[in-house]
Design a protein around this ligand. Structure first.
Ligand SMILES: C[S@@+](CC[C@H](N)C(=O)[O-])C[C@H]1O[C@@H](n2cnc3c(N)ncnc32)[C@H](O)[C@@H]1O
Length: 193
């Protein structure tokens, strides 16, 4: 089974100057995405499954996607700081990682992903994760969708629900996106081995 994690960011810009210091200070909330990258990297090492990070930049002047197969990260990420540096390097020169930003609407992105994936959307209003146990065991490829520092917009949610998307709630607590990733990966590793 392959695992995709689709996260939207409305604040990250591709052409602005960013430094480790400015990112740690919260610029464009790149730190949120770096933390997600770090957790996905750590889980890739523990799980037999191919993990992909799908970052959608939803700022009106961006509207583009970057697919990051976690196996394309060749440096060793030992800390969140390593992850910030790596993510800044990807943003600055994606081609060095054989990656590129593709201009695409959110709908087109979902259409593309839906060819090989089923969608599961993390939202506190969703169904308990245990409800999906049987389905998880059968799926070839899952795309988990979650917000970053913001939730998905209503428009994005409406588009997502056109694709027979199931929902997952982790309860009433408001978790960080990186924590949601860890909870999902831990759960799947226990369930599927
Ligand atoms: C930090 S939260 C987003 C912003 C937050 N909801 C707020 O009030 O500002 C990041 C994302 O993690 C997911 N998430 C957080 N807590 C969750 C929960 N209890 N159940 C399911 N998904 C959750 C949602 O997709 C959410 O958009």
């Amino acid at each position: 089974m392959s695992l995709y994690f689709l996260i939207t960011s409305s604040t990250i810009r591709t052409q602005t100057k960013k430094t480790v210091k400015s990112v740690v200070g919260g610029q464009e909330r790149v730190d949120v995405i770096s933390r997600c990258l770090f957790n996905l990297y750590r889980w890739q090492k523990r799980m037999e499954r191919e993990i992909h990070f799908v970052l959608y930049l939803s700022h009106p002047n961006e509207l583009s996607v970057l697919y990051i197969p976690i196996s394309s990260i060749k440096s060793e990420l030992k800390s969140e700081l390593d992850s910030v540096k790596e993510f800044l390097s990807i943003l600055l020169n994606p081609l060095e990682y054989n990656l590129k930003f593709e201009k695409v609407s959110f709908l087109e992105l979902l259409e593309g992903l839906s060819e090989n994936n089923v969608f599961y959307y993390f939202t506190p209003e969703g169904n308990k994760i245990q409800k999906h146990e049987k389905a998880f065991k059968k799926e070839e490829s899952i795309c988990f969708v979650l917000g970053s520092q913001h939730d998905l917009t209503e428009e994005h949610e409406n588009l997502l629900f056109k694709f027979n998307t199931s929902t997952i709630s982790l309860g009433d607590k408001n978790y960080l996106a990186s924590h949601v990733i860890t909870i999902a990966c831990y759960y799947l590793s226990q369930l599927l081995g």
